[in-house]
Ligand binder design. Structure first.
Ligand SMILES: [Zn+2]
Length: 238
């Protein structure tokens, strides 16, 4: 990103002028350069990179990559002990993604060292297999909060509501209508019926009445069944 900002050039003289002028007015929040500088504010040893961007000097990506990696891992680790419901300055979408969908980070220091590369977890199965576009889209919508569940709808409202009152209006009125509640817990008759149809996925262990957790549910081998179930559930919230 930084390299592209610094090396941006164009045959169009007007565009070239805009690109050159942008760093000069980077104290304004509506400029491209401001957005990049702002994103780097908490970055370790950020001053050298900020100066380079402002003066359009090149940056050695090797120098940038290592602290970037540490910075990203640090911000993810901050979410390790949180649930999506917790009151925290991070966004609910990030907490939800981290709790249910993101690839878990290793716990040992230096876990991302190259020599440990072979022991890193792999991507979840639903990201590695070819599935129909509509099913793939349903899983992506679930993972990235691109759905119409109340937890997200009320967040997008102009009058944003506290997390606790985005409770399910499909007859429960006791739980926040979020991803896990909707797929695995809600007592709405259509959702219960879908869970019964997909019983082997929702209750994978025989004679078990409580459903599996969302992360485990999504990582089952029958990814077509999982994705179909998700698509059918989300279709009930148009
Ligand atoms: Zn419900």
């Amino acid at each position: 990103m930084i390299q592209s900002v610094n090396s941006l050039s164009s045959n169009n003289p007007l565009l070239e002028k805009v690109v050159r002028a942008d760093p000069l007015i980077a104290n304004r929040s509506d400029t491209w350069t401001y957005q990049v500088l702002h994103a780097l504010q908490d970055f370790p040893a950020s001053q050298q990179f900020l100066n380079a961007i402002r003066s359009r000097k090149s940056i050695t990506l090797k120098q940038f990559e290592l602290p970037l990696r540490g910075h990203i891992i640090g911000s993810r680790r901050e979410l390790d002990d949180l649930t999506p419901h917790d009151n925290h300055h991070s966004s609910r979408i990030m907490r939800t993604y981290h709790a249910h969908f993101g690839v878990p980070l290793g716990i040992a220091p230096g876990w991302w060292d190259d020599r440990k590369r072979n022991h890193k977890p792999v991507l979840p199965i639903y990201l590695r297999l070819d599935i129909f576009n509509n099913l793939s889209r349903a899983l992506s919508c679930l993972r990235l909060s691109g759905h119409n569940l109340l937890v997200q709808r009320m967040l997008n409202n102009r009058n944003r509501r506290p997390y606790e009152i985005r409770i399910c209006d499909k007859r429960d009125w006791h739980s926040v209508q979020d991803e896990e509640h909707t797929l695995l817990d809600c007592s709405h008759e259509h959702l219960v019926s879908l869970r019964t149809q997909h019983r082997q996925l929702v209750f994978p262990h025989q004679n078990e009445d409580s459903p599996t957790c969302l992360r485990t549910f999504l990582n089952q081998p029958d990814i077509h069944g999982v994705a179909s179930f998700v698509a059918e559930c989300l279709a009930l919230f148009p």
